[in-house]
Design a protein around this ligand. Structure first.
Ligand SMILES: [Zn+2]
Length: 151
């Protein structure tokens, strides 16, 4: 059987709460040996970390989803930096620049997350921006890694 890693799941969402152990068991039975559950807010990221603590095959990414950037705290970095120290946090995300949904180009959430991923030399899981007409805002990574996920 092929072995798969699911690098983009949101297992902390309420949809999975009623039967999460069964969801994880079904994934494992299908050959998915490791799952990254990605936080979309500080609360969601904390839940992802708790799931990583509870299930051996689950890892966490901590971040703030770009479509919710307008409701983000002024500076996410201290909280995310603290969570990122957990041994099963493997990336910063979900983050990114979402000019498709946001009216402003001054999105501090994506910038703060990129700075954190860069300073921690961590993988960044990025919600891809709509950059067809904006090549100057394509994500860059001079250290660490950038992993773009197609929505
Ligand atoms: Zn996602």
């Amino acid at each position: 059987m092929a072995i798969f890693f699911d690098t983009h799941a949101h297992l902390d969402y309420p949809d999975y709460a009623p039967d999460l152990p069964e969801v994880v068991a079904r994934a494992q039975a299908a050959g998915i040996t490791k799952i990254i559950s990605i936080g979309t807010s500080l609360d969601s990221s904390e839940r992802a970390v708790r799931l990583a603590d509870k299930f051996p095959g689950i890892y966490a990414a901590v971040g703030w989803h770009p479509t919710e950037a307008l409701s983000a705290p002024d500076d996410l970095r201290p909280a995310l930096r603290k969570m990122a120290k957990h041994p099963k946090v493997v990336a910063i995300g979900e983050t990114g620049l979402d000019y498709h949904h946001l009216p402003s180009e001054n999105c501090s959430v994506g910038s703060a997350s990129r700075q954190l991923a860069h300073s921690a030399n961590a993988t960044q899981i990025s919600h891809p921006p709509s950059t067809d007409d904006r090549p100057e805002i394509q994500p860059r990574s001079s250290a660490g890694h950038l992993h773009a996920v197609i929505p």
